[in-house]
Design a protein around this ligand. Structure first.
Ligand code: CTP
Ligand code: CA
Length: 226
């Protein structure tokens, strides 16, 4: 059906999407990060916008264009992403965490450039806030928490554990394969697991299509709550 002819339960709802990597500074010229491109999160933001949602995209550093009509908040590190997300937890109907948030950050950041010294150097890291788990902990009835789990081993089992521990309504278990699925590439292989532990394995598809399928699933969860 053309957009105008079907009434999405997402219409008029506030959808918040986190996307991309975070960068955790070591010093003035260096950081720790990961290979996330932001493509999955941006595809989700665009697809939610197409369904008439008010979309806020909180993104780490990426090389992607902002989808039309989407409010974009740029952040660099996990603490900044957490601060932005926290301000809008209360107003969102659906929180989708597609960002690859660094689990740790260096505990001290040097202003200038660190000079090399000995043959070995140690970096002390501290835990970052878990943005999705925090939303899962404070969400009210009617708010949905959706996460991703990028796994290299025991994917579905780990994803189920994250679903439970973070109090999620839906999790997309993301198989990691350098060529077809996970970071940087345009395609993905997802297994969706919902709060009733219902499992749906999606075939290899473009991230834009995977985003639509994920939103279809979210719409069904919203409908089943009415
Ligand atoms: N996430 C988050 N904030 C963090 C870490 C993760 O919001 N500090 C979100 C991710 O965006 C993703 C989900 O939590 O939607 C799962 O992330 P993942 O890295 O797979 O799981 P972790 O809980 O961090 O566990 P681990 O890395 O040990 O597998
Ligand atoms: Ca992690």
């Amino acid at each position: 059906l053309p957009d105008s002819q079907y009434d999405s339960p997402l219409k008029g709802k506030h959808v918040v999407v986190t996307a991309g990597p975070t960068r955790e500074k070591i010093d003035g010229v260096r950081f720790i990060s990961n290979y996330s491109s932001g493509k999955m999160g941006f595809a989700l933001a665009e697809a939610a916008k197409e369904r008439g949602a008010k979309v806020t995209l909180i993104t780490g550093p990426v090389h992607l264009q902002t989808p039309e009509g989407v409010e974009r908040l740029d952040v660099e590190n996990a603490c900044e992403m957490y601060a932005e997300a926290k301000r809008i937890y209360h107003s969102c109907s659906v929180f989708i965490a597609a960002a690859a948030v660094a689990d740790y950050r260096p505990d001290t950041v040097y202003d200038g450039k660190l000079k090399k010294q000995n043959v070995e150097m140690q970096l002390r890291m501290v835990r970052n806030p878990d943005i999705l788990a925090e939303f899962g902990a404070v969400k009210q009835s009617g708010q949905l928490a959706v996460g991703f789990a990028l796994e290299t081993d025991d994917g579905v089992e780990n994803a189920r554990k994250k679903l439970r521990e973070k109090n999620l309504d839906l999790i997309a278990c993301n198989t990691f394969d350098r060529k077809t699925s996970g970071f940087e590439v345009d395609t993905n292989v997802l297994t969706l697991i919902d709060r009733n532990l219902e499992e749906t394995a999606l075939p290899l598809m473009r991230k834009t299509e995977a985003a639509r399928q994920l939103l279809d699933y979210i719409e069904r969860l919203m409908d089943s709550e009415q």
